[in-house]
Design a protein around this ligand. Structure first.
Ligand SMILES: [Zn+2]
Length: 88
């Protein structure tokens, strides 16, 4: 877990334990994934956010899987439309 007291690596301000929301976006997909309630240390001075490397990696794996799934759905939808000629 994260240490309770920590200095900001950017400005050496006080970092406080907070639940934050993180948004993820990919250039080729028109969808953003919002992860809420992520435990983090947030600088009270410059708002620098720090989450544990382990947690960041776990979220990355999840978000990557969701984006991969969205890419698949998108391409199969396009194939369906072009083959079937289905409009509306
Ligand atoms: Zn700071």
């Amino acid at each position: 877990m994260l240490p309770k007291k920590r200095r900001c690596p950017e400005c050496t301000g006080n970092m406080e334990y907070q639940m934050i929301n993180i948004s993820y976006q990919e250039k080729d997909i028109d969808v953003a994934i919002k992860v809420t309630g992520v435990p983090a240390l947030v600088c009270s001075n410059c708002s620098f956010q720090l989450i544990s490397i382990r947690l960041a990696k776990e979220i990355d794996v999840l978000v990557d899987a969701i984006f991969a799934s969205l890419r698949k759905q998108k391409s199969s939808l396009e194939i369906f439309h072009s083959e079937d000629g289905f409009t509306s």
